[in-house]
Design a protein around this ligand. Structure first.
Ligand code: SAM
Length: 379
């Protein structure tokens, strides 16, 4: 019998893909072991130091926007006439793999691919396939995706085959006309079919809904009952002032404190400790038995426990969703085949991770707090 081991803890010059015999006393009688990590994943000369920011927060969660393009134009996310990045500026799938793997080597345990719409990027399943080796090696706990669901019917079983266990699907309404109005281009039926395919493939689905004043605020009870009835968690998100969307944020903004108060008139909400590694705070809805999350970047920011950084599809690292400061990782990535320059650039950037964001939506702030859209940084 052969056993596959995680070699991260060893301090030996090991070549990937070779068969090794254990030499220590305790291993003398054991079976040969196969090296499962590649050289790029496992740089023995300089196993890179884990990422800890100036506020002593370990950075263990990376969100990667694999494309800025999307097949929807959600009114709170994009303007109708978006201009997208030239393809030459966008990292190849191989480069994205190398970048993600460098972060895994530096201690990232959870990887979320997002966008834009990640599932519209051509060949995206090859990236899931290659990143899944980190799950197999035990160096990554979770590989996941945030999607609008439009392509899920096509990809759900492949995602499951690549080790994805849970996915987030963004869905703000169950009314087909409203859905079309919010997404401008989307079809509700396709998304519902995608969700059904994901469940059939064994994926746990969490629904993310952005609370929009005058649009879906009267539907949040129904969305909760529907999601929980389908065995899915629901997370409600406060709209954030990201990017020029061609209409006022103030018109869209609905504080989740109000949403929660209204839901509490209909449901019994019991605070629970459940965490997914993200910013949502969860309650259990006694009447449905399901979990309901709230992401409240404005009414109650959650920065003190932030463990995340984000990379755009051009290799720009944002240390905070709500701040402009960023680091270019594409240059060090392309400068050499080894990862040394990349690690230096990542370490330097993490020393600049701010304590938190300061989003504000009020009448004095008519412009977006940040110029870039959510589709650039990845939601
Ligand atoms: N296309 C994918 C999707 O729809 O889930 C992934 C990218 S999308 C930018 C990720 C999430 O960000 C979605 O749930 C979307 O509703 C949310 N989002 C986009 N713009 C937002 C904003 N200004 N405030 C709050 N959430 C936003």
């Amino acid at each position: 019998m052969r056993s596959v081991i995680n070699l991260s803890s060893l301090r030996l010059p090991i070549a990937p893909g070779k068969l090794y015999i254990a030499l220590s006393d305790q291993d003398r009688d054991s079976d040969p072991m196969t090296v499962t990590e590649t050289a790029a994943d496992f740089d023995l000369a300089a196993r890179p130091a884990p990422l800890v920011d100036p506020f002593n927060r370990a950075i263990t969660y990376l969100r990667v926007s694999v494309t800025d393009r999307c097949d929807f134009r959600c009114v709170y996310c994009m303007s109708e006439n978006m201009s997208f990045l030239p393809k030459a500026d966008v990292l190849t799938l191989e480069e994205l793999d190398r970048l993600c793997s460098a972060f895994v080597a530096k201690g990232v345990r959870k990887l979320r691919l997002t966008g834009g719409e990640p599932l519209v990027r051509r060949g995206i399943m090859t990236l899931f396939a290659s990143l899944s080796r980190h799950l197999a090696a035990g160096t990554l706990d979770e590989l996941t995706v945030t999607t609008n669901g439009s392509q899920l019917a096509r990809y759900a079983s492949e995602l499951a085959g690549h080790g994805v266990r849970r996915i987030n699907v963004s869905l703000d309404t169950l009314d087909p006309d409203k859905f079309r109005a919010i997404t401008r281009w989307g079809e509700l039926d396709k998304v519902l079919a995608g969700i059904a395919a994901a469940k059939a493939a064994g994926l746990a689905v969490k629904i993310n809904a952005v609370a929009l004043k005058g649009v879906n605020e009267d539907e949040l009870v129904r969305l909760t009952e529907w999601a929980h009835g389908e065995g899915m968690d629901l997370t409600i998100i406060e709209v954030m002032p990201l990017g020029d969307i061609g209409e006022g944020r103030l018109d869209q903004y609905l504080p989740l404190s109000m949403v929660r108060a209204r839901l509490a008139e209909r449901f019994t909400l019991e605070d629970i400790d459940y965490r997914t590694g993200g910013p949502a705070r969860y309650v259990r809805v006694a009447e449905t038995g399901g979990r309901l999350g709230f992401i409240t970047p404005l009414t109650h920011n959650f920065c003190e426990s932030c463990n995340r950084v984000r990379i755009t599809c051009t290799g720009t690292l944002f240390m905070c969703l709500g701040q402009e400061d960023a680091a270019d990782l594409r240059t060090p990535l392309r400068a050499s085949e080894g990862n040394e320059l990349l690690y230096v650039a990542i370490d330097e950037a993490i020393t600049r991770k701010p304590k938190g964001h300061d989003f504000v939506i009020d009448r004095r702030h008519k412009r977006p707090a940040l110029a870039r859209h959510m589709s650039v940084t990845g939601g």
